[in-house]
Ligand binder design. Sequence first.
Ligand code: HEM
Length: 176
Amino acid sequence: MSDAWSLAQRRLHWWSAALVVLTGALAVLMVWLPFSQMLAKFLAYQLHKTFGLLVFSVVLVRLVLRARHPAPALTGLSPGVRRLAGIGQAGMYALLLAVPILGWLTGQAAAGPVPTTIFLVIPVPHVLDPNPALYAWLRPVHQVAAYTLLALAAVHAALAVKHHREGVPVFRRMRW
Ligand code: HEM
């Protein structure tokens, strides 16, 4: 068995990491921009939605690849640490799917919903009518789930650096 993930798995891992960071940064920007800068605010929302939906698509492909290819052998970590890492990774996969779905629903429930598009070109269908009560519930749920995902990703990255420093070849397994 190889000691590295497949090329497609490695590339999609780094693409999803970059897209999550970008989507989170755009979330802060789009909310912060004043309504007087309506065009910039609208574009930031559309890019946030676009990159968030790309995260969802990339993660679906990653899950299919993960189901087809077993994880490469990893030596140097105790079974307990490996189990904890597995739980953390399962949590991230769950949030990587849940956060975009919650975001997609949040945008639809908002009063006077803005269309959801990918790069302003491909329309994404809506399944909800505007619903202020549902929006008031969905928005903080999407927000808390997203910040939990970003926090888990930060811990995941910090632990990868720690293991790398201890001589465990985690970055070689996940090299670009
Ligand atoms: C990994 C994917 C995503 C991450 C990390 C993420 C992150 C966030 C965060 C942190 C906020 C809260 C911003 C704040 O209030 O300070 C937010 C808000 C929001 N996001 Fe996402 N999001 C993701 C995907 C999506 C998707 C796919 C959509 C829609 C298709 C979406 C639509 C929204 C909407 C509508 C809001 C509420 C903004 C408001 O009501 O003003 N998000 N997102």
